[in-house]
Design a protein around this ligand. Sequence first.
Ligand code: MAN
Length: 392
Amino acid sequence: MDTRPVSWHGLLIHNNRTDGATHATSTRFPQTHYSAGSELTRDLAMKDLAQRLAENPLLRPADLRPSTSGMKIECLLNPGAFRFQDRTWLLLRVAERPEQKPGKISFPIFGDDGQLRVIEFDQSDPKLDLSDPRVLRYDGVHYLTTLSHLRLMESADGLRFREASRPALFGQGALEAYGIEDCRVAQVGSTYYLTFTAVSRNGVGVGLRSTRDWLQMTTHGMILPPHNKDCALFEHPIQGRYFALHRPSSPDLGGNYIWMAESPDLLHWGNHRCLAHTRPGMWDSARVGAGASPILTPEGWLEVYHGANEQKRYCLGALLLDRERPWKVLARSQDPIMEPLADYEQKGFFGNVVFTNGHLVDGDRLTLYYGASDSVICAALFSIRQILETLD
Ligand code: MAN
């Protein structure tokens, strides 16, 4: 097997395929994945179109300093990505909590006065439900086990990032008391629109802020109320209207499906339509949600989305939407275009996760930045044409 790294615009990609195509994954992945020796596993892996960068993970929690003393960075995850001043920028989600003491669980929230407050419970307390490492429930009230803010990183080559001398973004007010997460960055003209998950005891909704220079931010409040997340704005209007993908959740009748809304001004959203359901028995059977802004191709708008099954295994797939009537789904991935196969995608704070909400497009090349195992930041390359060819 040829595992020589191939060079692409200064980035190193490892080529694991026997046919010479630069198609597969990092050198670490064959050892961790193919060692099972199963033909079925091999077939599944061949459908994975991602060229993982050999340098993955690009960023780990230890690479950054906590936002404030007394906090520890537990996870770096799910970056927004954009270009600004001829450089590549990432808007990372940084998840923090205090160093954990034996027998206790503690996590921060913003109090009503906007100050950081740490809540601590005894792990043996029978009122405590710790079954999910991301969320805890105490006496019927939900909390997150970490508090997330958003941190700006910049890079000349899209590979080596350093912290930008720009302010980080923190939760503000009662609707963001448990933090802000998974920010998509859409550029409309010269303005960047930030759609992110705003979390509080009131629920999970979509917040919007905008900026032109990443110094001054305008806060637009919550544009889609709970339960809603995974909001990706189209970067170009269609016949004078703006469009967005979003993911409301309906716990009883309905489910975790991808919807579309339209707007005259990017602030007020209506005419909601349901685009894509979860698919029983498939890799996206339990939840689906949009990634970053849809990509305009001659065939239509290409949207990379995440899907998870009942085992909470997060993969990526794609939807093709009509150019003029983007609420019409023309085609969809049957198999994931990317699965958690590499070691760093299988093991971490929350294992078996590849999750994206940020990418850059250069002709046919899609550079997809993603969170692996809710722990570290990675990147993978795709051919847009190759993704389109896999859609049914
Ligand atoms: C949810 C979100 C994401 C996270 C995944 C996997 O979809 O909270 O931020 O990456 O779950 O844990």
